[in-house]
Design a binder for this molecule. Sequence first.
Ligand code: IDC
Length: 325
Amino acid sequence: MKKYIKWLIVIVFACSSVWLTSSKAVQAATPVEKWGRLSVKGTNIVNKKGKKVQLKGVSTHGIAWFPQYVNKSCFKSFKKMGANTIRLAFYSDPNAGYSKDLYSKVEEGIQYATESGMYVIIDWHILSDGNPKTHQKQALQFFQHFAKKYGKQKNILYEICNEPNGNVTWEKHIRPYANKVIKQIRKYDKKNLIIVGTPNWSQDVDVVAAKPLKQKNIVYALHFYAATHTNGIRDKMKKAYKAGLPMLVTEFNITDASGNGSINKSSGTKWMKLLKKYKIGYVAWNVSNKNETSALLRSNCKKTGSFTKANLSKTGKWIVAWWKK
Ligand code: IDC
């Protein structure tokens, strides 16, 4: 009899601990549960209560090249380290992997980020195709598809042109393109944030600040690679912030602008302090083990998920440490 009682106690104990760990009450709220739908108030991104929040996260590499990292275990391990955002980089140029067949990869990514309670940036990654108008037709199709399918979710952000570059200006090219794409997205999604790339590889935020768009809930991209982009671009950010431009760093690293080469931690620290002061969010390039310094994983890391800090590259370790500061 005594023996049975002992076993009964063991079973009751085991069941209640399973119940406790799986119950919502003891599970920490996810970033999206905590903050809800984001919006723009003045110069900042705010949560459902109107409080300024800083998005922090990682960007995939081009999903045509590194689709293996678009998985839930990968996203969750970055969340565990402090990230609240995943950016899915969908290159818009056929030479860089553009294909409608990859829509399903983006959908998978949205699903995994959503199940992980994270924000997700759907990035139309123009790069070698520097003028956003080059593939405008495809962009309109792309955003129609995703806004229609996911526009009701709270955790969606649209980034409509990664880095306009070349002989491209705000007035003649980016602004008219943005007006068209925003109109398209807003047919299906009235509220979620739309991120607009800025001239000169998303660096000239000061130019945009002089004549921003008129729509609501728009933020502007500023990108930096700290070993190349130092005081000059920080000054542009300061100027734009003071002029009231809402910004989000949807791509950065502490490497040089090639995504490789040397690392500059002291310039990186200046950037991080400025972003913290202004409460501007930042998303790091890139989740891969490619043999380049901007890869957040060590090149000998063969895993595609369940990452720990030991799997991170030098830049990965440095960046992740800032998430909790
Ligand atoms: C780089 C990748 C590199 C790839 C190259 C071309 O790190 O592996 O070969 O693109 O596709 C950006 C771009 C981003 C770049 C990154 C580094 O948005 O696509 O990634 N960078 O050059 N802007 C500034 C730097």
